[in-house]
Design a protein around this ligand. Sequence first.
Ligand SMILES: Nc1ncnc2c1ncn2[C@@H]1O[C@H](COP(=O)(O)OP(=O)(O)OP(=O)(O)O)[C@@H](O)[C@H]1O
Ligand SMILES: [Mg+2]
Length: 231
Amino acid sequence: MRTIAITSGKGGVGKTAIAINLGCALSEAGKRVVLFDADLQLANLDVALGIAPVYSLQHVVSGEKSLMEVLTSGPMGMRIVTGGSGITSLMHAGPQRLAKFMSQLDDLADTTDFLLFDTAVSADSGSISGLTLGKSGGLLQLDWVASCNSNDDDYAIYEGTLGGTFDDHASKLCSTGGATSESFSIPNGNVYFVVVPTNPLREGSYGRDGNDAERGPGSGACATQAIGVCQ
Ligand SMILES: Nc1ncnc2c1ncn2[C@@H]1O[C@H](COP(=O)(O)OP(=O)(O)OP(=O)(O)O)[C@@H](O)[C@H]1O
Ligand SMILES: [Mg+2]
């Protein structure tokens, strides 16, 4: 299964249109496609496709349904996962629920050639948001939105194993040279990544956990943490 995230730093530029049309073209070429609505702000893939599914990602995150059960038929035989507020819930889900979701995504591989994510960008004060993942040619690509703090001029990347307490991340890369994108060889097992904005004096937020508390730095932090205010 090849995973492609359709993303951009700007809204309204045609991400959803490209996701749908790419899905249609791949289906026409005989590929089995799952189109996944991962838009945080306005999950509207269902509206664009003219479908009104009863179940969405929200029901998967809440544990009421499995991912397989919420797949809806779309045009050209594509299967669709609509978002609702599911992605926001997923971002605040604990490690167990996230690990369960990841294993359900893995289960799609038997029946899917292409998994397409229709994404959005957002700017959450004080931390990196809009982090998207794409897999291609043996590489995992991370793209994120630049820090909202104008003093931050670089990023550090941490990696941890899913299933733990979500704070076992260790340093993977202390500088991206200011780039908001980085790629790695695809890791084994279920891992998570944290991208932390940095500047020469400090590193910023690791994001917030399910209780809205700041997630702590793990081992081997690249710099002393001091969370800046957006300016
Ligand atoms: N290639 C294109 N040519 C002309 N209009 C387009 C094209 N692609 C998309 N549009 C139009 O631009 C508008 C925005 O497209 P779309 O919803 O796909 O963007 P988006 O990037 O997904 O937006 P959002 O950031 O809100 O999710 C829609 O009205 C769509 O019909
Ligand atoms: Mg869109």
